[in-house]
Design a protein around this ligand. Structure first.
Ligand SMILES: NC(=O)c1ccc[n+]([C@@H]2O[C@H](COP(=O)([O-])OP(=O)(O)OC[C@H]3O[C@@H](n4cnc5c(N)ncnc54)[C@H](OP(=O)(O)O)[C@@H]3O)[C@@H](O)[C@H]2O)c1
Length: 357
């Protein structure tokens, strides 16, 4: 009997992807069955049957134990780790206190940050405080990728705002890896608040793809010779005090020539190779500011609500911002990871499982 058949027959197992050691995802990950007792909700939890979850670059870095993905805590013997930072699904069961809170109901669609109940599994046990209701107009494929990437985008925008010499528009910003899922949201939110964006991608093909799928700001390919001149021409006489960067590495050297003295590179990813030379930063008063999405938790509750509302609004009115590169059943996780890791991808790769078997 297959995993799905066993689940359908309700024989008390769920399917999960797990790893007992850090290493190359294709080598260390395996698909297993685990007892449902592991996800039995406590008084303040919900049991969510997960339908879709993204493969974030951070998921793959974390599985590999790469420091760019954050601190890899030791995996205790006999307690393998299931990846997955967020997901979407349907509430199947509510813990006793959670049921009395009345905010959520069995059968409701929710998205959530996983906490300890990782999402690369057909079921997650989730504290009700981590659940966010999904409006009918927002598809599962969009809802599955909203939380972390919009939080990251808001943290990036805030860091950029804080780096301005005067908090006044007009502001011109350069973005690297502009076709990435996070940067697409940064572009959309930045345009809403009146920023002028100049977008960099590494290939001409990527530039064409981005211009077609998210028009509205110039896109320049860094594989073209003289790309800095193209950027200067797009800048005109406007200074650039802030660069939003997800590539880091050797590209930082090229970027700083475009930045005004006293300017800041706001960096949230390290997709590139080679080491930057920061020796010219001090004489020009430049700053390199790393940010991480968890800083969003430090925003006030009113700001968090405002950001959530903005994210939902964006998902409803411009779902194409949350592009979907491909969807694969959990069992095909190796193919999905290959797709997620490869070049030329437009959007997020999702792992899927059926809801309501
Ligand atoms: N700090 C945080 O809290 C945080 C949160 C979320 C994400 N991140 C990081 O942010 C980055 C983007 O994440 P994402 O989910 O938005 O990515 P994504 O959707 O997987 O897209 C990756 C993009 O990066 C481009 N790219 C890959 N390697 C590149 C290189 N060497 N030079 C230039 N462009 C390159 C790809 O372009 P092609 O089309 O040319 O392949 C693609 O557009 C990742 O490094 C991720 O780890 C950090």
């Amino acid at each position: 009997m297959s995993s799905d058949q066993k689940e359908a027959a309700n024989v008390g197992v769920f399917t999960a992807i797990e790893h007992a050691e850090y290493g190359h995802p294709a080598s260390v990950l395996r698909l297993v069955e685990r007892p449902m007792s592991e996800v039995e909700p406590g008084p303040h939890d919900a049991l969510v049957r997960v339908s879709k979850r993204p493969i974030h670059p951070g998921d793959l870095l974390m599985i590999a134990g790469d420091k760019r993905g954050g601190r890899a805590a030791p995996i205790p013997a006999g307690a393998p780790r299931t990846p997955g930072f967020e997901g979407v699904g349907v509430i199947e069961k509510l813990g006793s206190n959670a049921a009395h809170q009345g905010q959520f109901a069995v059968g409701q669609r929710v998205m959530f940050l996983s906490g300890m109940g990782r999402t690369w599994a057909t079921y997650s046990k989730v504290p009700v405080t981590s659940l966010v209701a999904v409006p009918d107009e927002v598809s599962d494929a969009v809802a599955a990728q909203i939380l972390i990437n919009t939080m990251t985008a808001q943290v990036v925008l805030r860091a950029g705002h804080n780096a301005l010499p005067v908090p006044e528009l007009p502001v011109t910003v350069i973005q690297t890896a502009a076709g990435s899922s996070v940067m697409r949201i940064v572009t959309a939110l930045g345009q809403k608040i009146g920023l002028t964006m100049i977008r960099l991608v590494r290939t001409r093909a990527g530039a064409e793809l981005l211009e077609a799928s998210l028009p509205g700001a110039p896109v320049i390919a860094t594989e073209a010779s003289g790309w800095q001149e193209q950027v200067r021409s797009a800048m005109g006489s406007r200074p650039v005090h802030v660069i939003f960067d997800a590539v880091g590495a050797a590209l930082v050297d090229d970027l700083t020539s475009l930045l005004s003295d006293g300017g800041t590179v706001v960096n949230f990813g390290w997709l590139g190779t080679g080491a930057p030379d920061l020796s010219g930063f001090a004489p020009r008063g430049l700053a390199f500011k790393g940010v991480v999405f968890t800083e969003w938790m430090n925003f006030s509750l009113a700001e968090q609500k405002q950001h959530r509302d903005m994210a939902m609004q964006l998902a409803k009115e411009a779902p194409h911002v949350f592009a979907i590169a491909g969807e694969y059943p959990l069992a095909d996780f190796r193919k999905a990871i290959e797709h997620a890791s490869g070049p030329g991808k437009n959007g997020v790769v999702l792992l899927t499982s059926q809801v309501g078997l």
